[in-house]
Structure formats: structure tokens, C-alpha cells
Design a protein around this ligand. Sequence first.
Ligand code: NDP
Length: 329
Amino acid sequence: SREIHLAERPTGYPDDKTWASVTAEVPAPAAGEFVVEVDHISLDPAMRGWLNDVRSYIPPVKLGAPMRALCTATVIASAHPEFAVGDAVVGTFGVRERAVSDGRGVTKIDLDAASAPTWLGALGMPGMTAYFGLTDIGRAQPGDTVVVSAAAGAVGSVVAQLAKAMGCRVIGIAGGPDKVAWLKEIGVDEAIDYKAENVLKRLRQIAPDGIDVYFDNVGGQILDAALANLRRGARVVICGAISTYNDPTLAEGPRRYMSLLVFRASMTGFVVFDYEDRYPEAVEAIAGMIGDGRMVARETVLEGGVDAFPDALLGLYRGVNTGKLVLKV
Ligand code: NDP
């Protein structure tokens, strides 16, 4: 099996020295194990954080180990009572063609209900993040003004459409005219191109009464622009801060945090894994919306197999994706 291993911890953007392409033997499954053949690999902004040797919500990827990644796969050999040859599954199998698993953290998926890329996107971890971040942390209510950054991405596009379905007014922030056009297509009320417009001023124009929920995927200046435009009692959801992930210097903190005091607002971070017990609730809700046309699940699928992983990962930070970014193996 071809695998991508972590060779060296990067400072700044990962580069050629970060990764090693390795061929590994995959043993036959022992009792209680099975072997999968990976078909799609999820590219996640958080992968950059997993390379840092720091205390986090998950241990760092070990040097010399396969890169951690969520994948969809098919069981090709099994000595496990609950997984049979031919089962389609999703699990953290890593950036490799084949993997042995004991079944922990592995879920069966129905490929008739949705494609493998969708099971990594709107019906996968990003969809869960959108659902619980918006409802549980953001406590979005009908009539709220909801602003979401990286709005054309995996998490953001689900946040935007869930919020619309809940009866919120939705403002999406994304980079470039194509993404802005797509956001309008999927029903957001206003879309801001942060690469071409002054986000702080645009928000002030289109949300003069302020923002009730800001779902932050990017941090940095866009977070500041949102903080400058809160409404009393606003909830700022700290989902991610992709603008800082490859910054080797510690980024400046939010300069407008005193808005939290002025507007009696809260800023709360969360990790989707804490909601694992409730994933079925979110899958049912989002699948229902895809089924009746209220949700568009979109993915950008890259070709090239595991060896294309290093470049595919960098694509996230360049914004090559609309919807969920996945790599086909
Ligand atoms: P996306 O599909 O949104 O892809 C990342 C997008 O970020 C790119 O397409 C790009 O879009 C945008 N982007 C890249 N660099 C910058 C920048 N410097 N400034 C502004 N935008 C930028 O990824 P995900 O949906 O998977 O993840 C979105 C966020 O959610 C990330 O911060 C991630 O870490 C976080 N997350 C958090 C989880 C949690 O449990 N808290 C779980 C899952 C994800 P554009 O072209 O618009 O710039």
C-alpha cells in the first residue's frame, strides 16, 4: 500500500521535506480486525494543526507515521464480527491505500443514499460541525442575522443553508466572484468577497442592526470585522481560524474583543468530536434537507491518489475548493 508519512514537522506551510511517500506491507487481518481499501481521502484545514507537537484536542501525528486522515473505504478482508467484505465505511484510516482496523471509530455508510465524497462532507464531520456549531453553540433562532466565513467551503456552506432553512438572514463571506455567485445560488441573502471588499464596512451596510451569530472559520481580520458589527447578545462561534494555521508567528489576537462587553456577547469555541453521540440526529436532519432539495451538498474532488496529498492539502489554504475538498485514491 502506498502511504504518505510525516517526515518532518513544518514551520509555516508544509513543503517537500514535510512528507515521505512510502510503500508498506498490509498484513492479513488478525481476529477482530479487518482490512480496507481507501477510495476517498478528506482534506481538512485542521490537518495542519495535527502536525504541531503541542497539547491539543487530539495528539499530534507521530514522526514517521502515516498522516492522519478521515477516509471512505471498502472492507476487502475481515476477521471482525461486525464488518463484512464489501461494506462501505468511513473512518480515520490515514493517507494510504489500504489500512488494517479494529473497527473503533469506524461507521458503515450507505452509498445508495449519498456518494462517498458527500459522506466526508455535508453528511460527514464538516456537516456535523456546521449543525452543532450553529444550533448548540450559536443558538441560532429564526429571524437572526447569521454571518459565516469560509462560507463556500465544507462547513460554511452547510452552516449557510441550515441557517436559511431555520429562517435566519444569512450573510456569507468567501474569496472570489465564483464563490460569491454560488453562495447566491444556494440561497444566501448577501455574499461578501473578502478579497475584493472591505468586510467591516460591507457588514455595517448590510447588517446595520448588527449580527446575532458569527460563525467563524477563518479568524484574523474577518473575525475583527464581525466583532465590530455585533448585536446585543450576539454569539460568536469559534469553529476555526484557517487564516492563522500556517503562520509560524503567533497571530495577533482579536483587536475588537471589547465588543463582547459592549454588546453582552459571547465567544465560544467547540470541537465537533464532543457531539459524536448526537451525530445520527444531524445526519438525519441534513440528509432530509438534501433529499427535499433544501440543501446542496457540493464537493471538489481531486484526482491523483495518495501521492497528490501534499499539494491537495495546500489547496485548502489557497481556496481551490467549493464545498468539501476530497482526494480520490
Ligand atoms: P473549507 O472547505 O472551508 O476550506 C477552507 C476554505 O478556507 C478555503 O476554501 C478558503 O476559501 C478559505 N480560506 C483559506 N485561507 C483563508 C484565509 N487566509 N482567509 C480566509 N479564508 C481562507 O474547510 P472546512 O469546511 O473543512 O473547515 C472550515 C473551518 O472549520 C476551518 O477553520 C476548520 O479548521 C474548522 N473546523 C473545525 C471543526 C471543529 O470541530 N471546531 C471541525 C471541522 C472544521 P476562500 O476561497 O473563501 O478563501
